[in-house]
Design a protein around this ligand. Structure first.
Ligand SMILES: Nc1ncnc2c1ncn2[C@@H]1O[C@H](COP(=O)(O)OP(=O)(O)OP(=O)(O)O)[C@@H](O)[C@H]1O
Length: 330
């Protein structure tokens, strides 16, 4: 069997702040096979974005990164700036929550698409233009030829996200990281964009990481889910196994917090009262214990390791997993 496309090994990210070093990512191990999808799920501030930025090597300058990020056989942490730049946008692409982060407001859509294509692929201008039109059509943009001459502000939010996806796909990446790709969009458009990503992923046999606060986004779309809390992966399992039987009380609370259609976007998670721990303070015990309805004294004293019980690929970091505590959720 060949090695996974991506191996995140003992990755930690610390950021200096006036109140001391902040643990944004706390020793995470993950891997992803070519053509597969990994969902990274957790509340705001749990470290999802910092972890994806560690993979992309796009961390703030002051950040301290340790560990290894093996992508297609190379350690990105130790790669020089130039080969890294060539890799990003070609084999390794990203779609952000706000497409205006990746789109340039003063360049036409055609210029931006063609620039990316010509920078990474050896195509002349007419071939790059033809490919741009094909890509816009593939992501569901009507009248793609006319769109090439337009600027991002002339498009709706959903259209802009489709264009950002077209740019990300333009060089046939091996891995696409989609960081909250639909959070800024209307609910009906959200489903269309997620379906579009899933379709293009299958068609291109591309690996994908979907980062989201909404467990509902990864249900049925990811092969595997990693749940993050306070910088750590606290539960990790094949998606079906996770939804069938979740072990972490935090995952259960995330499930209860899946936004309903009638809920306004960005409302706080109703099922999880309290706040995550201060990431600049040392932590004793399980980081979720102060908010956990199953917590016992041991949970406040010792830190549970991420390990498996009955199924080797279902890992969780909990002394009182749900079934064993109360027999719910199975
Ligand atoms: N530039 C920065 N400097 C210092 N701390 C930061 C910086 N960016 C993020 N953090 C902190 O790092 C931790 C992880 O943040 P991160 O953005 O990765 O979380 P997230 O799960 O992606 O949240 P969100 O969904 O809100 O983006 C948080 O405690 C956050 O406050």
């Amino acid at each position: 069997m060949s090695a996974p496309l991506l191996i995140i090994e003992d990755v930690a990210v610390e950021l200096p702040t006036p109140r001391g070093n902040l643990r944004a990512v706390d020793h995470v191990d993950l891997s992803l096979e070519a053509g597969c999808t990994l969902g990274i799920v957790g509340e705001s501030g749990c470290g999802k974005t910092m972890l994806s930025r560690a993979v992309l090597q796009l961390l703030p300058k002051k950040a301290k990164l340790t560990g290894r990020v093996m992508f297609d056989g190379q350690d990105l942490v130790r790669l020089d700036a130039e080969p890294l730049r060539r890799l990003r946008g070609r084999d390794l692409a990203v779609v952000f929550q706000d497409p205006m982060t990746s789109l340039n407001p003063v360049l036409t859509i055609g210029t931006q698409l063609m620039e990316t294509i010509q920078e990474h692929l050896e195509l002349d201008a007419p071939a790059a233009r033809k490919r741009s039109i094909e890509l816009l059509a593939a992501v569901g943009i009507p009248a793609p030829e006319q769109r090439l001459a337009q600027y991002p502000h002339q498009c709706s939010g959903g259209m802009r996200q489709r264009i950002a996806i077209a740019i990300a796909l333009s060089c046939e990446p091996k891995l696409l990281i989609a960081d909250e790709p639909t959070t800024a969009l209307d609910v009906t458009i959200q489903a269309q964009i997620l379906d579009l990503l899933a379709r293009e992923q299958r068609r291109r046999h591309m690996a994908m990481i979907i980062i989201t606060h909404d467990l509902g986004v990864v249900a049925g779309r990811a092969d595997e889910v990693a749940v993050m809390y306070a910088g750590r992966v606290v539960e990790r399992a094949p998606t079906q196994a996770l939804f069938k039987r979740m072990h972490m009380p935090y995952t259960e609370a995330l499930l209860a917090a899946i936004p309903k259609l009638e809920t306004a976007p960005h409302t706080p998670l109703p099922a999880i009262s309290g706040r995550p721990p201060d990431p600049t303070r040392p932590l004793k015990g399980c980081s979720f214990a102060p908010r956990c309805r199953y917590a016992a004294s041991r949970c406040h004293e010792a830190k549970p390791d991420l390990k498996s019980a009955e199924m080797p690929d279902h890992l969780y970091a909990c002394f009182h997993p749900i079934q064993m505590a109360e027999g719910v959720g199975a």
